[in-house]
Design a protein around this ligand. Structure first.
Ligand code: DCP
Length: 977
């Protein structure tokens, strides 16, 4: 029977008002038939057809259906699917029926919303389209291609991309599109999950296995495909490639956990001017990478770094032992998203931004049932689906991860004072227990509370050190705990594969395998000398310890951040230098945001660029970076920075110095190291920083934190409104014996401290800190070398800074120390104008008097002259604040780069000259007077530095004419240098 006849016979047989006035369910023409009414006739007919279909199906599966028998999939890919074909289709209804026969599905001749799971249809007349809900009864209306493609890929594909009408499913089942769940207004995930459940239960039972996935993939939308299509109308070959790739990837994928904007977001720098911002907004790696900053802010009260107060109420330290607990949530991302789906607990589930079964999106987390199919984090979806076609994939839900992570850490901090955060779902705890206490009890209490609060399980490993605790967690997972008592350590390690030890990668494993060493027990038979000889001193030493269960690292509540940056290695495709510049600017904005978020700035800027290797084809991963070479360069500037303009200037210059074909660039990263606390005027400066400084300084001195900072205190203890030096948390309860020894204090950090913290710290050290700084300064000045000059200059800046930051009373009493003319900066470029501007008027006037007068030729416009005149300080400061010595930073970094032992190549050298010329041109052309002031100072500085370097002299000689020509062009004069 054809699809259309099925439909018409249904209409024909429908009881009508004309059938009989008495009982419409018993029309007169059934009176003489064996069927009591039309319903029983249809039931009987359907039964017959079903039997017939099943007989055909069983003969088909036993006979001519290699797809089922050979494929080993005796159930067939359409198990649970029952189609009803409506209207003319290609392939025909009969062919579709045969496909169902062969591949385990059902073909329903007469529509019934109770037996049909999918309506197959090639076209919908307008009338049906308008009244879709009535027509479809809430079932999916899908093109026959869905069946054909599923057979071709031997997998039941999501039907969503094959919907006949885009909104078929969303309108009919009142299901919101996934994009709506992630609107900017922040509709909650639980709402979204609630809807998913609702949808699942509303589908026929037999479809439930797939329904979660199907419903989730409701975010697959054609609009995305279409928008990509329209955006990619371009004759450029590369764009064409991208088009086909993105269609392949996006047409059947959702990008969830994101706003609807994102669903329509193009997938590369080629078409998205805000690519960097979007990339980080939706990136799981970004979430993981930036999580620590959020944690620090939220739990700053707990980050005293002391942690030495005993957990045990009985404070008798003699009878206590130190135990480390490593606690880790199980399959974190999955556990969080399936909390509302208890029926999925024992089903394979993963989290990924796309569920396109052919796609190369990476699995972020897989639950343990999924792992039994070999699915793991980092695997492409297509590989995961190949291993487990019924894998349910959920989108990210970052806000819920954050919420659960907060709950997790609140519990940990409640139970333990010394918590070392490893990641959003993993931490080390150090607890002190009496010899009789069972360490498993506390782990159990914590795990129970975590589960009751978050509805997600955590596993715990317990041991005498961090190594053993971490190893024990592996044995405990999932949802368990494991204690390795001291007398069982060797036994535990004997059989443990060396690959389970932290830090053992493929290379080390291979080298040891060559020696027939595969377990820790076997590793113990090799001497330390041999290990160090074969694997290097550090690795050899570490492995020698690890295979004996020895680990000296201490649980540390505060961990130093050494660098902050951002890197994008996906979706990077530039057409021209305008693209790359725009990208760099956005990357700098991102990095600047992160630096401000942490209240720090950095002095060393590293730019890393990934460039496609010669001959490397397009990457396997869609829009990935593929086979690349990595080039990187670091520059150290004299003053730390965190503002976008400075970062961008340096990044742009460095990028240009690589002389790359931008079309070949596949990834860019920017990182700042040598971090310092940000300028006190920055909002990023937070309370508690001094605590961080103490612990970092102490670590630097390789002294365990708890030894020097034994008193527990939190900022909440500080009485409000009291004088900082006596009331702050730092001062609370501290006496000098509890502070790190002065020799452990990092003087570079101290130099840059905000005044109130410096004063507080100096007070704690009874004035010794200032003395040390001064004597250090003397030493530097007396040691005589080219470096002295820089140190001296730096110290002059420090002196200025200290002078400026001292409280008025302190400032006046120390003035004689710092305002001596020999310590004054040699040029304006060495002055921190922000500080200068904030000085009391008389102090600033004092300092300004001692600055060397700058000279600009008379031809400069009057306006420039007046703004550059020392008499009009306020205007001058305002302007200078805007551009705060950027050029000098560039020049000084160049100077660092051009030290005699580095010897730049000709290419690098030429790049330097060309870049400087361009830089100068750009500066001058903007006609900002403060820039002229800056150029003047910078070239003076360059001239001075060039007396010690022939390279710098050449740089000066080659760029000076350029500078003068530009000044002449824009101002009609030249600078006297
Ligand atoms: N390649 C990776 C690794 C991890 N993560 C995310 C998802 C994880 O859920 C979370 C925590 O990482 P874990 O390594 O702790 O892995 P899981 O918690 O998923 O599993 P396990 O139970 O093994 O800890 O970080 C990720 O997105 N991509």
């Amino acid at each position: 029977m054809s699809h259309s006849s099925g439909s018409s016979s249904r209409k024909r047989g429908r009881p009508s008002s004309k059938s009989g006035p008495t009982n419409p369910l018993k029309p007169p023409f059934f009176k003489s038939s064996p069927f009591s009414d039309f319903g029983s006739y249809m039931t009987e007919k359907n039964r017959k057809l079903r039997d017939q279909f099943e007989t055909d199906a069983s003969s088909s599966s036993h006979g001519a259906n290699p797809a089922i028998t050979d494929g080993g999939d005796s159930q067939g890919i359409f198990k649970g699917v029952a189609i009803f074909v409506d209207g003319f289709t290609v392939p025909s209804s009969q062919e579709l029926k045969n496909y169902m026969l062969k591949h385990g599905g059902k073909f329903v001749n007469y529509f019934s919303r109770h037996t049909v799971s999918h309506i197959i249809c090639s076209n919908l007349p307008d009338s049906k389209r308008k009244n879709l809900r009535a027509f479809s009864h809430g079932l999916p209306v899908v093109k026959p291609d869905w069946i054909v493609d599923s057979i071709a890929s031997n997998t039941l594909l999501s039907w969503v991309p094959y919907q006949l009408v885009e909104h078929a499913i969303t309108e009919t089942s009142k299901q919101l599109k996934l994009s709506a769940f992630f609107s900017e207004k922040g509709i909650s995930r639980s709402h979204h999950q609630g809807i998913l459940i609702q949808n699942e239960t509303s589908l026929p039972d037999k479809c439930k296995g797939e329904s979660t996935e199907l419903t989730l993939s409701g975010a697959d939308n054609f609009s995305q495909e279409k928008s990509l299509e329209s955006k990619h109308i371009d004759t450029n070959d590369e764009l064409k490639d991208v088009k086909s790739e993105s269609e392949e990837d996006c047409s059947t994928s959702y990008v969830a956990g994101q706003s609807s904007d994102h669903l329509n977001r193009p997938h590369s720098t080629l078409t998205d001017p805000n690519f960097v911002e979007n990339y980080f907004k939706y990136s799981r790696l970004h979430f993981i990478g930036t999580w620590r900053n959020r944690y620090r802010k939220r739990f700053s009260n707990f980050l005293s770094g002391t942690g030495s107060k005993n957990n045990n109420p009985n404070n008798n330290t003699e009878n206590l032992r130190r135990i480390v607990i490593h606690i880790d949530m199980d399959c974190f991302f999955v556990s969080v998203v399936i909390r509302n789906f208890p029926e999925l607990l024992d089903k394979p589930v993963a989290v990924c931004h796309s569920n396109n079964p052919k796609g190369t999106a990476e699995i972020s987390s897989a639950n343990y049932p999924a792992r039994s199919y070999g699915i793991k984090a980092g695997m492409f979806v297509r590989d995961a689906k190949a291993r487990c076609p019924h894998l349910t994939i959920f989108p990210y839900d970052f806000s819920s991860y954050e919420e659960v992570a907060d709950q997790f850490y609140s519990i940990l901090h409640k139970h333990c004072e010394k918590v070392q955060a490893v990641s959003c779902d993993e931490a080390f705890l150090e607890v002190s227990l009496s010899l009789n206490d069972n360490p498993e009890n506390i782990a159990e209490i914590i795990r129970k509370e975590i589960f009751e609060t978050t509805r997600c399980s955590a596993s715990a490993g317990i041991g005498e050190n961090m190594l053993l605790a971490r190893l024990a967690t592996k044995s405990a997972k999932p949802n368990g705990q494991c204690f390795i008592p001291p007398d069982k350590v060797n036994e535990y390690l004997d059989k443990l594969p060396i690959s389970a030890l932290p830090g053992v990668g493929y290379n080390v494993e291979e080298k040891l395998r060559m020696k027939e060493v595969e377990t820790c027990g076997q590793l113990r038979t090799i001497s330390k000398d041999i290990l160090q000889k074969d694997l290097g001193s550090k690795m050899g030493d570490m492995l020698w310890n690890y295979c004996r269960g020895i680990d000296h690292s201490a649980v540390e509540a505060v961990q130093e951040t050494k660098s902050i940056g951002a890197e994008v290695n996906w979706g990077v495709r530039f057409k021209d230098s305008k693209d790359s510049e725009n990208f760099l600017m956005n990357l700098c904005k991102e990095v600047s945001l992160r630096l401000h978020g942490c209240g720090v700035q950095g002095r060393t800027i590293t730019l890393k660029v990934k460039v496609r290797k010669k001959g490397a084809g397009e990457p396997v991963k869609y829009m990935g970076c593929g086979d690349c070479e990595t080039i990187s360069r670091s520059l150290t500037v004299p003053g730390s920075i965190n503002d976008v303009a400075s970062l961008h200037r340096i990044a742009k210059q460095t990028f240009a110095s690589f002389h790359l074909d931008v079309k070949e660039v596949r990834g860019v990263g920017l990182k700042l190291s040598r971090l310092e606390l940000a300028n006190p005027s920055h909002k990023g400066i937070e309370e508690g920083r001094l605590e961080l400084l103490f612990s970092s300084a102490t670590r630097k001195g390789k002294q365990p934190v708890e030894q020097s900072c034994s008193t527990n205190h939190s900022r909440e203890d500080a009485p409000s409104g009291a004088h900082p030096s006596s009331s702050s948390a730092v001062s609370q309860g501290r006496n000098i014996s509890e502070l790190p020894p002065l020799s452990h204090i990092d003087l570079d950090v101290v130099r840059n401290l905000p005044s109130e913290i410096f004063l507080e710290m100096n007070g704690l050290y009874k004035g010794e800190l200032r003395k040390i700084l001064e004597s250090h300064k003397e030493k530097v000045y007396n040691s005589g070398s080219i470096e002295k000059k820089d140190c001296r200059q730096q110290d002059q800046e420090t002196s200025m800074r200290m002078q400026c930051e001292l409280e008025p009373s302190e400032a006046s009493c120390s003035k004689s120390n710092y305002c001596e003319s020999d310590l004054m900066p040699g040029s304006l470029s060495q002055v921190d104008f922000l500080i200068l501007e904030n000085l009391p008027d008389e102090v600033r006037a004092d300092i300004l008097k001692q600055l060397p007068p700058h000279r600009v030729e008379n031809q400069l416009p009057e306006s420039s002259k007046s703004s550059l005149s020392l008499g009009s300080h306020s205007k001058w400061f305002d302007m200078l604040r805007v551009r705060n010595c950027l050029l000098s930073e560039f020049l000084l970094s160049s100077a660092t780069f051009l030290t005699p032992n580095i010897n730049p190549s000709c290419e690098e050298w030429d790049a330097m000259v060309v870049n400087l010329c361009e830089f100068v041109k750009e500066y001058v052309s903007q006609k900002i007077e403060s820039d002229i002031e800056e150029l003047y100072n910078c070239f003076r500085l360059l001239k001075r530095l060039s007396t010690n370097s022939s390279l710098l002299l050449e740089l000066y000689d080659r760029t000076l004419p350029f500078l003068q020509a530009s000044v002449g062009e824009h101002y009609g004069g030249k600078l006297h240098l």
